[in-house]
Design a binder for this molecule. Structure first.
Ligand code: ADP
Ligand code: ZN
Ligand code: ZN
Length: 776
């Protein structure tokens, strides 16, 4: 008899294990075949539950039965979906679960379609029933020319039929389009259909795709082709390295280490072309924020409507359609955020990760995977190659290139158009301050703005917002308003005069006087983008050569929350003559405007003070990336970096475009303090509303970890004392953590897994493991 290993689709924090069911000979109650990757209905604890089949085997060949008598197994009721993933997907889910010490059900879930899967819901009367996902396929009705169209002569009074026939001569149309033009058309269309003048067909619609009405499945399109320039010598060498790695089919990694504007994207495009002509497909990951229509346009311009796109700003319906289009096998290239790795793209030959140093490639809920590590695992299994591109590769990636023969680094030290990298000047704000200036714009930055704007050119100003929110402080007693349920200071919002908690959303009106001592001297510290915009307006208006009509385009979380807002703001900036683009981190990535001649970083160092081992690396990368926005075309660019820590290595190094200088300062610190790339870490988080219970559980876990590490490890293994998190209280829950470290080549997950497999779920205390945490 045939057996199935089924993981139940029930959210849990514990490490869940699959159950074994018998596969009914006759397929059970339904008609759909029971295959690996299907959602199935199974009997579970006196009711029915939905699960996913992750393995199938005959009972005499089954290696996971563990002494269970197959005759006693319950049978699967029926399959309730087509397969969402294949054996390879199932293997990946298992690997993710073990590598990241995460519930298997959460890993399998990555592979299911956007919009959800069938699930069991309980009615008010307490009865369970199966509910289908709300999002699914939608069809359009199309009217297409029939055999009798050419010879069709409408009768004098059949005006609508005549109009429809006339419209159809130019090509097929959707019923909805005809109705928009001519009003109610169903009777006329039916009459024409009877005469063989037209046919009516149902076709899948692709929501959100330009020309998607015509349908991917009809080969429509209308994307403007992107020209293919001859490669520079550096680009050609990078391409050759990628092609060779792909042809060796051994899961090798090519790091394209290229300065901003060096033409990395062009290298990806031609490498993908190579993969496609070898009959393979390609998956391209891009940071969420750079997934703009321009980026997608470059890929569609080259590969037309074989490109599928996946990101979180699309609607569920749009994402479902793209997922289903990939499953149909018609998509050859997928461009998306990190989750695109898990779409059902068959026969992958190339996985590209652009801006690989970006923090958004790490998922911050279970499974806490890093897209780079998953890509490398997948490529090895599939005999594919991985391309990692960046002007500032992560320290881990540089380290792997030095240590691992399967990792190759190719450099593109020059811009594709031959322009030099911009001159970067560091402005010491401490000196400005002691010189009497209280403005957030230094004299040098003000003068540069006046020069560039009055000459009709553009400037980009970056406000580094990480660790830089605005809060209230009483200058008499030092009181800072804090959130009652999170241990953080509340952020001041100009609009509405509110204090807001950025973790839980708690909001209160800002008090006029200090709630502690009654003093009226409450000062606003820090500066949000709104405040900078207001001050900048005042500054520009006071410049006789600039004046009040120079637009300031502000780009931050507030102004970009609406769908398409990001795009509209960039267009406004692009179309203006002289203008300033003022924004947060989101402007540092991938913007390519020809006439930006000045880039200013208002506060380069605020991140450096954060208690995070990656703070220096992030600062270096941010300054280097944003500097790359200047002088991309014929006009030379200049960059002014304002900072209170002009002597800090990451700032000096970014200003000199000197990575070696940064690494010489940073690597010894990482080695001394025991941080990646010299060690691997697991951060175990514990949280709950009962503080003593969380504390006790953390201390117990520390002892368990010490034992596990002693049993497994040896030299270089350690467990740090359990302590409250830096953010010790969040949304009313108390948070502790314990960190385990091991040598960089040790199997950390394997050492810790048995401990977490044994652990029983605890009602009071939640536990989650973050393997290779991105910050600590
Ligand atoms: P990166 O991704 O490295 O920042 P891009 O691929 O965006 O760089 O290229 C920067 C600019 O140079 C783009 O406008 C691109 O069209 C152009 N470009 C790229 N490769 C070439 C080439 N070989 N010849 C001429 N222009 C190129
Ligand atoms: Zn006070
Ligand atoms: Zn809060």
């Amino acid at each position: 008899m045939k057996l199935a290993s089924v993981i139940l689709d029930i959210p849990t924090q514990a490490l869940d294990a699959p159950y074994t069911y018998a596969v009914p000979e006759d397929g059970g109650e339904g008609d759909a075949p029971i295959e690996v990757g299907c959602a199935v209905l199974v009997p579970f604890g006196g009711r029915r539950a939905v699960g996913f089949v992750i393995e199938l085997a005959q009972d005499d060949e089954c290696d996971w039965l563990d002494g269970i008598d197959p005759a006693k197994l319950k049978g699967i009721v029926r399959a309730v979906s087509r397969p969402y993933f294949d054996e390879e997907g199932a293997a990946c889910a298992r690997w993710l679960s073990e590598r990241y010490i995460a519930p298997l059900s959460s890993c399998v879930r990555l592979f299911t379609p956007p919009g959800g899967v069938p699930r069991m819901v309980r009615s008010r009367e307490g009865r369970w029933r199966l509910e289908e996902p709300a999002v699914g396929e939608v069809d359009d009705r199309w009217v297409v020319p029939g055999p009798a169209l050419a010879a069709f002569e409408p009768r004098g009074n059949a005006v609508k039929q005549a109009s429809i026939a006339e419209a159809l001569r130019a090509g097929e149309l959707r019923v909805a389009e005809l109705a928009a033009e001519f009003g109610a058309v169903s009777d006329a269309v039916r009459a024409l259909e009877r005469k063989g003048v037209v046919r009516v067909e149902r076709r899948r619609r692709l929501r959100g795709v330009p020309g998607g009405g015509r349908g991917r499945f009809e080969g429509g399109g209308g994307f403007s082709p992107s020209p293919k320039p001859p490669l520079t010598a550096g680009q050609a060498a990078a391409l050759a390295a990628i092609d060779a790695a792909r042809e060796r089919a051994a899961g090798e990694v090519v790091v394209v280490d290229g300065v901003t504007g060096s033409g990395k994207t062009e290298v990806y495009l031609q490498a993908i072309e190579g993969a496609l002509s070898a009959g393979r497909t390609a998956c391209v990951l891009v940071p969420e924020i750079s997934l703009t229509p321009q980026t997608v346009g470059r890929f569609r311009g080259r590969f037309g409507d074989t490109v599928a796109v996946m990101h979180s700003r699309m609607s569920q319906g749009e994402r479902f359609d793209q997922w289903d289009f990939i499953r149909s096998g018609q998509a050859r290239v997928v461009v998306g955020a990190r989750s695109a790795l898990f779409t059902p793209l068959a026969n992958v030959g190339l996985i590209v990760i652009d801006e690989e140093h970006e923090g958004s490639y790490k998922q911050d809920s279970a499974p806490r995977y890093h897209a780079r590590d998953v890509a490398v695992w997948m490529a090895r299994r599939a005999g594919a190659a991985v391309v990692l591109g960046s002007a500032t590769p992560s320290i881990e990636t540089l380290h792997a290139c030095a240590k691992d023969a399967a990792w190759h680094r190719v450099e593109l030290p020059e811009r594709a158009n031959g322009r030099p990298l911009p001159e970067v000047r560091v402005v010491d704000m401490a000196k400005e301050f002691s010189g009497g200036s209280r403005s957030m714009f230094s004299g040098a930055l003000s003068r540069a703005l006046a020069e560039e704007l009055s000459a009709g050119r553009k400037a980009v100003l970056l406000l580094n917002q990480r660790g830089f929110a605005k809060f209230l402080l009483c200058r008499e007693c030092g009181f800072v308003p804090e959130c009652p349920s999170c241990s953080t200071s509340l952020t001041f919002h100009e609009r509405g005069n509110l204090l807001v908690c950025h973790h839980c959303g708690h909001r209160v009106p800002a008090p006029p006087t200090c709630p502690e001592c009654g003093s009226p001297y409450l000062k606003k510290f820090g500066a949000g983008t709104q405040r900078v915009e207001a001050d900048l307006r005042v500054l520009l208006d006071a410049m006789p050569s600039v004046g009040p009509d120079v637009p300031i385009v502000r780009m931050d979380a507030d102004t970009t929350s609406a769908k398409g807002a990001h795009q509209r703001l960039l267009e406004t900036f692009a179309e203006a003559d002289a203008a300033v683009l003022l924004g947060t981190q989101m402007i540092a990535k991938g913007l390519d405007f020809e006439d930006v001649t000045l880039v200013g970083v208002i506060n380069a160092d605020t991140m450096l003070k954060l208690p995070d081992y990656r703070a220096a690396e992030r600062t270096f990368a941010l300054v280097e990336q944003v500097a790359g926005r200047a002088g991309r075309a014929a006009l030379p660019g200049r960059v002014l970096v304002q900072t209170y820590e002009a002597a800090a290595a990451p700032i000096r190094a970014a200003a000199a475009h000197d990575r070696a200088l940064f690494l010489r300062d940073e690597l010894p610190k990482r080695r001394l303090l025991g941080y990646p790339p010299y060690v691997r870490m697991a951060n175990v988080l514990l949280w709950g509303t009962d503080e003593p219970a969380v504390r006790a559980a953390a201390l117990e876990l520390q002892r368990d970890l010490e034992r596990a590490v002693r049993d497994f490890g040896g030299d270089g293994w350690s467990v740090l004392p359990a302590v409250p998190c830096a953010l010790a209280k969040l949304r009313g829950t108390y948070r502790w953590h314990v960190v385990a470290k091991c040598p960089s080549d040790a199997d950390l997950s394997r050492a810790l897994l048995p401990l977490f497999r044994r652990r029983k779920p605890d009602k009071l205390v939640n536990v989650a493991v973050d393997v290779d945490p991105d910050d600590l």
